[in-house]
Design a protein around this ligand. Structure first.
Ligand SMILES: Cc1cc2nc3c(=O)[nH]c(=O)nc-3n(C[C@H](O)[C@H](O)[C@H](O)COP(=O)(O)O)c2cc1C
Length: 184
C-alpha cells in the first residue's frame, strides 16, 4: 500500500522521499530532522547518514524511530514507527557508489553534527579529501552507512474537507498485520 502511494507521490511531489526522522536520545529527549528515503521493501524503510551524527548516536542508545511523510498534493500523511537496524555494509557500499562524486567527498569531509569552527575548516577538509582520492573512486567511509526502520506500525492519514480525516493504521503483532481505523 505504501509503495503504491509512494509511486503516486513521486508523480506529483517535488521530493516525495523526504521524511521526518524522529529519534529519542539516551536522556529521553526527542529530536526530528528530514532525511531521504533511499530504499523500501518488505523489510522496511532505509535512509543513509553519518554514523557519528546526533541522530546516529540517539539510535545507538535507543534503536527506535518514527518516520513521517507528508504529500500535500495527495492530502496524505504516512507515519511509520519501529525498531531500527543497520543495513549490511555491502548494501551501503552499493548505494554509496551511486552517489555523485561531490556527495561522496562531502561524506568524508563532514563531521556531521559536530561544531564547525568556521566554513573555512569545511572547505579545507573538502580540498584534503579531493586530493586524497584524486583520480580514484571514492570509497564509502566506515562512519557513513544506512539504517532500516523495520515497521511495527504504519498509519495512513487522508485529509477530509469536513475535517473527518480518515486514519487507517496497520500494526504488526506476532508477525501478523492488524488493520484498524482511528478517530481523526
Ligand atoms: C529534504 C532533506 C533531506 C535530507 N536528507 C538527509 C539524509 O538523507 N541524510 C542525512 O544525513 N541528512 C539529511 N538531511 C539533513 C538532516 O536534516 C540533518 O540536518 C543532518 O542529518 C544532521 O542531523 P542530526 O544532527 O540530527 O544527526 C536532509 C535535510 C533535508 C531538508
Amino acid at each position: 500500500m505504501f509503495a503504491e502511494l509512494f509511486e503516486k507521490a513521486a508523480r506529483q511531489c517535488a521530493e516525495p522521499n523526504a521524511m521526518v526522522l524522529s529519534t529519542v536520545d539516551a536522556d529521553g529527549r526527542p529530536s526530528g530532522r528530514y532525511v531521504l528515503l533511499k530504499g523500501i521493501d518488505a523489510r522496511g524503510f532505509v535512509f543513509y547518514t553519518n554514523l557519528e551524527s546526533r541522530k546516529a548516536r540517539a539510535l545507538a542508545a535507543n534503536p527506535y524511530a518514527a518516520l513521517t511523510f507528508y504529500w500535500p498534493p495527495l492530502d496524505k500523511q504516512v507515519r511509520v514507527e519501529g525498531e531500527v537496524e543497520r543495513v549490511p555494509d555491502a548494501d551501503a557500499d552499493a548505494y554509496f557508489a551511486t552517489r555523485p562524486r561531490e556527495s561522496q567527498i562531502g561524506a568524508w569531509a563532514s563531521q556531521q553534527s559536530a561544531e564547525l569552527a568556521s566554513p573555512v575548516v569545511l572547505d579545507q577538509r573538502i580540498q584534503e579529501v579531493r586530493a586524497r582520492f584524486d583520480g580514484v573512486p571514492v570509497p564509502r567511509p566506515s562512519f557513513w552507512s544506512g539504517f532500516r526502520v523495520v515497521p511495527r506500525s504504519i498509519e495512513f492519514w487522508t485529509r477530509d474537507p469536513a475535517r473527518l480525516h480518515e486514519r487507517v493504521i496497520f500494526e504488526r503483532r506476532h508477525g501478523e498485520w492488524k488493520r484498524s481505523l482511528l478517530f481523526p
